[in-house]
Design a protein around this ligand. Structure first.
Ligand SMILES: Nc1nc2c(ncn2[C@@H]2O[C@H](COP(=O)(O)OP(=O)(O)OP(=O)(O)O)[C@@H](O)[C@H]2O)c(=O)[nH]1
Ligand SMILES: [Mg+2]
Length: 360
């Protein structure tokens, strides 16, 4: 799962990237003129996995992970411009979800491309660029369809194109009301059709307000909508925190009265953004967290682990996390008959421990 970090120049994208990934990419200066992308893989913190680690003492403990990509330089007008815009928009389009960094910190020494601090305006500005990009893509596609349909040809193909034209026209209409495609309910076949287009305003989006050290985190609530959550993070402080040794970090957190590093919150929120759940596999070798989409079946879970498990699938042995913890061990859970046997179609629930029985 890839998450692209986007936002206006100097909003703190690289600072946030460093905080999330404990990286040390240079932040100073105005890098947006250059097309550069930094990538890092981050483990998703999960207390349940740690608990299972304590229980099974495996040789290896493997977290779910997210790939973050720091993408420089989204600015006003880029959706319609040439030059950098093409590769940049491609770069954004490759991600499963987007994290929009919005400047909410005051600092007279750091230039704001719009010359004032106004998070609501900046969010709207970026959303508009995403929507303009989508309108452009859809309009181009519609033109091509019209040309092709005009030429006639295989009736089946023509019918499919007309269907596509009808869907795209509805999307365009929606975009013209200045609402992102995230807010457009798609039928499954429509979603499938659109997958290849990588429309940007359709991607799940998390707003991260980059706030001052002494600002109130709750200010994020005002920027949150049902289809676009928002959280606040003290970017600079968190980037410093991410560089500290554990002892030093603990002391630092205590001093500021912070319970948990904010970057953990952002990592979890970006994980949840993608409509996924985790299930666990356990053994003495490895205790591991796996990521599947919400609603995925036991067979999907098997396939996530290994294609052989899906091919030779017989049954899944399943137990909820809380039940296993209450039983104290897998053996005890089994003795109490808490392990359920489920078939291919079973919908896996978040946090379940799953063991696939299979034969090849
Ligand atoms: N005071 C303050 N400065 C910050 C904060 N976050 C970032 N900065 C500073 O703002 C400047 C820009 O931060 P970056 O993280 O490089 O911003 P960016 O969005 O990656 O910028 P571009 O890559 O140029 O688009 C740097 O000098 C940072 O040190 C913050 O929370 N408070
Ligand atoms: Mg940067």
């Amino acid at each position: 799962m890839d998450i692209g970090i986007i936002g206006l120049p100097n909003s703190g994208k690289t600072t946030l990237f460093n905080a999330l990934t404990r990286g040390t990419v240079e932040t100073a200066g105005y890098t947006s003129g250059r097309m550069e992308v930094h990538t890092a893989i981050v483990q998703v913190p999960d207390p349940r996995l740690d608990r299972l680690g304590d229980m099974f003492r495996p040789k290896k403990l493997t977290h779910a992970h997210i790939t973050y990509r720091d993408i420089a330089g989204l600015a006003r007008g880029i959706g319609e411009a040439g030059g950098l815009a093409g590769p940049l928009l491609n770069e954004i389009g490759q991600n499963d979800a987007l994290l929009l960094v919005v400047r909410a910190f005051e600092d007279p020494n750091i230039l704001h491309p719009e010359e004032s601090i106004d998070p609501a305006r900046d969010i709207e500005l970026v959303e508009t660029e995403l929507m303009l990009n989508d309108m452009l893509i859809i309009t181009k596609r519609l033109e091509r369809i019209d040309q092709r349909v005009g030429k006639g040809g295989d009736p089946k193909e023509v019918a499919a194109m007309k269907r596509e034209r009808e869907i795209l026209a509805r999307l365009l209409e929606h975009l013209e009301t200045e609402r992102p495609l995230r807010e457009f309910e798609l039928a499954p076949d429509e979603e499938k059709l659109l997958r290849g287009f990588s429309l940007l305003s359709q991607k799940p989006l998390l707003v991260v307000l980059n706030i001052d050290e002494d600002a109130d985190e709750r200010m994020a609530e005002a920027f949150s909508t049902p289809t676009r959550p928002a959280i606040a993070l003290r970017g600079q402080l968190e980037a410093e925190l991410a560089q500290m040794e554990p002892d030093e970090a603990a002391e630092f957190l205590a001093e500021f009265g912070i319970e948990e590093p904010g970057f953990n919150r952002v990592i979890r929120a970006s994980y949840e953004l993608m409509d996924v759940i985790s299930f666990f596999t356990v053994s003495e070798e490895e205790v591991r967290s796996w990521t599947i989409r919400k609603g995925a079946t036991a067979l999907d879970a098997a396939a996530a682990v290994h294609s052989d498990l899906a091919r030779g699938f017989i049954r899944a042995e399943v137990i909820a996390f809380d039940e296993l913890v209450a039983a104290g061990s897998l053996a005890e859970a089994r003795r109490r008959g808490l392990l359920r046997l489920e078939g291919k179609e079973y919908v896996v629930q978040d946090g379940e421990i799953v063991h696939i029985r299979f034969a090849l």
